[in-house]
Design a binder for this molecule. Structure first.
Ligand code: FES
Ligand SMILES: [Fe+2]
Length: 374
């Protein structure tokens, strides 16, 4: 029997061309059942960005990613290869690590079982008399991990399709930014009482900039970016970097060797499902939206600059003005998304898209492609 919440007939108006289309109806942002379907069909079935390679540069460096498929440890091995493991002990399942740090072995806080960085179980105190127990049968459970240009992605399913298929034309489009040469310089974290799609959608349109960011960024103009693969984008056309507040007279120099498209403005992408990579002329930053519940999302904002910029005298000082911009604008975005979540709870019908909301429409349709009955 067809579940009407996932019946494609219900969403025909979203499927129309942009200027005739309706938005997703309110229940897509408020229904626990819709959210559960998204977890199963979207977050457990797609590559997810978790961080940058330089955040785990040396053997033993690790960080934890607390995603909807369970907590994952990303760690660099003695052979310099990155691995992703389920953050769960093979004895009685305790969580192993929190946050980020550096370790020689992964030691369980409960009964002290210990694992090498390659996942093998090497320390099992008090287990000598246990019958038919071979520690080699109990390594950490490994998850698929791939990287592109320093960006680390993990996948919760066995044998996923290659990451390159997911990224499609993104790899070529941003080649002149040389993202592999970029270095992470800092992150901000936010907890927001809003559905993950409201945050991702807000990051995909410049229509709100003249109102929500009236006192900070001001009005921005955007244009369509052609994409193939599992991503969408808009270009905010501005020869100056939009990574600092308007009127900031001394932003960092542009990245050497940018091609014509890259010089034209900042490209605000969304790698489906929920990671915005922004390629500006002087830096790149990400917004990683990590759903916690239907109406709650954790956001990590990370910033990267070319090594040549990081070496400039006064870098740390100047960087403060970039973080000031990210802090201010993100707080404004988060507040309006929380207001929108409140409004969606008492909404009854879908709304309509503005012409500038082409990438929001693309995300809505991608979500429907994943969750509706096939
Ligand atoms: S649960 Fe990890 S050692 Fe017991
Ligand atoms: Fe915004």
């Amino acid at each position: 029997m067809t579940n009407s919440l996932f019946d494609s007939a219900r969403y025909q108006a979203v499927r129309k061309p942009l200027l005739q289309a309706s938005t997703l109806p309110p229940e897509c942002y408020t229904s626990p059942e819709f959210f559960r379907r998204e977890v199963g069909r979207i977050f457990l079935q797609n590559w997810q960005f978790v961080g940058r390679e330089e955040q785990v540069a040396a053997p033993g460096d690790y960080f934890c990613f607390d995603g909807l498929g369970g907590s994952v440890i990303v760690v660099r091995g003695l052979d310099m290869r990155l691995k992703a493991y389920a953050n769960s002990c093979r004895h009685r399942g305790s969580r192993l690590l929190d946050g980020s740090g550096e370790c020689k072995r992964i030691v369980c806080p409960y009964h002290g079982w210990s694992y090498r960085l390659d996942g093998s179980l090497v320390g099992t105190p008090g287990m000598q008399r246990v019958e038919n127990f071979d520690p080699r049968d109990y390594p950490l459970i490994e998850l698929p991990l791939e990287t592109w240009a320093g960006f680390i992605f993990i996948h919760y399913a066995d044998s996923p399709p290659p990451l390159s298929q997911h990224l499609g034309s993104m790899v070529d489009r941003f080649a002149s930014h040389r993202p592999a040469q970029m270095r992470h310089v800092g992150s901000l974290e936010f907890d927001i009482d809003a559905n993950w799609k409201l945050l991702a959608e807000n990051a995909l349109e410049a229509y709100h900039t003249g109102t929500v960011h009236r006192a900070t960024l001001g009005q921005q103009d955007s244009s369509v970016v052609d994409t193939t693969g599992s991503w969408t984008a808009l270009l905010v056309e501005d020869e100056a970097s939009v990574a600092t507040l308007p009127g900031d007279d001394k932003p960092f120099p542009h990245i050497d060797g940018l091609d014509t498209e890259a010089r034209a403005g900042a490209c605000f992408t969304l790698v489906f499902p929920s990671t915005q990579l922004v390629f500006a002329q002087d830096c790149l930053w990400w917004l990683a939206f990590s759903p916690v519940a239907v109406d709650r999302t954790r956001l990590t904002l990370g910033a990267c600059f070319p090594q040549s910029t990081i070496c400039l005298p006064g870098f740390e000082d100047k960087l403060k003005s970039y973080f000031e911009r990210w802090r201010l604008a993100t707080a404004e975005d988060n507040a309006i998304c929380e207001a929108q979540q409140q409004g969606q709870k008492c909404a009854r019908e879908a709304g309509r898209f503005a012409p500038d909301e082409f990438a929001v429409h693309a995300l809505a349709n991608w979500v429907l492609d994943q969750v509706l009955e096939r």
